[in-house]
Design a protein around this ligand. Structure first.
Ligand code: ATP
Length: 234
């Protein structure tokens, strides 16, 4: 479904991503793990079109989207949940969800999907008239995921959904993410919490200073001695 081929992304002279290749097959959940500053977020933002690579190609459903704008990528079916959620603090929960559907014109369908999000995240229904900024961290993450799902993506890009959340809330969020994947949305997940990321995904890529150093089935990575030592605190 998604293929990054030899992607290089720079910030001026900083070479954040140095020739990485990643494949995500239809229906899979794949993770990208690695230390702070390894280049994971840059990879995700290059996939969503916020950054343009200086070299390499990106294919989505066999179409070359390397030069496609971020907005057009949303219309093609790629949606990102950014690091730090970035919900609109002064808008209500409902308005945040409606914003997620900005590429759509089918009012009836949008209403149905909002209802679906409320079934998925009952706490958002209860708080639909509250300001986004008044929600807890976990609720804001749910709202950010719900907003990203409102454009009916086929590929969901998730950047550090566990960031700043208590372990119990992280567990809840990941149960929801697994449900979204089981319902048919393909997922590329960036996480610093390698333990949980490898537990819930099919395959994983390990990134170090802008390059992929290890890749494989997540179960194999969980058992890999070097991964255990470097990323699982052993
Ligand atoms: P984190 O988990 O901290 O977000 P990461 O693995 O996602 O880490 P990136 O955020 O992609 O890493 O950063 C990769 C490199 O690019 C780092 O050296 C970082 O300092 C640098 N970088 C990231 N964003 C910018 C920017 N807007 N301008 C300049 N350098 C940047």
């Amino acid at each position: 479904m998604l293929e990054l081929r030899n992607i290089h992304t720079y910030y001026g002279s900083i070479r954040a991503v140095r020739g990485i290749s990643i494949i995500v097959n239809n229906g899979e959940m794949v993770c990208l793990i690695g230390a702070n500053g390894a280049g994971k977020s840059t990879t995700l933002m290059t996939t969503s079109g916020i950054y343009t690579p200086v070299e390499g190609s990106i294919y989505f459903e066999d179409r070359d989207i390397t030069q496609t704008s971020a907005e057009d990528r949303v219309a093609l079916g790629i949606s990102q949940v950014p690091e730090g959620r970035l919900i609109f603090a002064d808008m209500t929960v409902l308005e945040n969800l409606e914003l997620g559907a900005y590429t759509r014109k089918d009012k009836q369908g949008i209403r149905e999907d909002i209802d679906k999000m409320f079934q998925f995240f009952p706490v958002l229904r209860e708080r639909q008239k509250q300001r986004g900024g008044s929600l807890s961290g976990g609720e804001q993450q749910m709202l950010a995921i719900g907003r990203a799902l409102m454009c009916r993506p086929r590929l969901l890009l998730l950047d550090e959904p566990s960031l700043g959340l208590a372990p119990l809330i992280v567990k809840q969020i990941f149960e929801i993410i697994q449900q979204i994947n089981a319902d048919g949305t393909t997922i590329l997940l960036v996480e610093q919490n390698a333990q949980i990321a490898l537990q819930v995904t099919n395959r994983g890529y390990v990134m170090e200073t802008g390059e992929i150093t290890i890749e494989g089935a997540s179960a194999d990575l969980l058992a890999d001695e070097s991964v255990r030592q470097a990323y699982l605190g052993e």
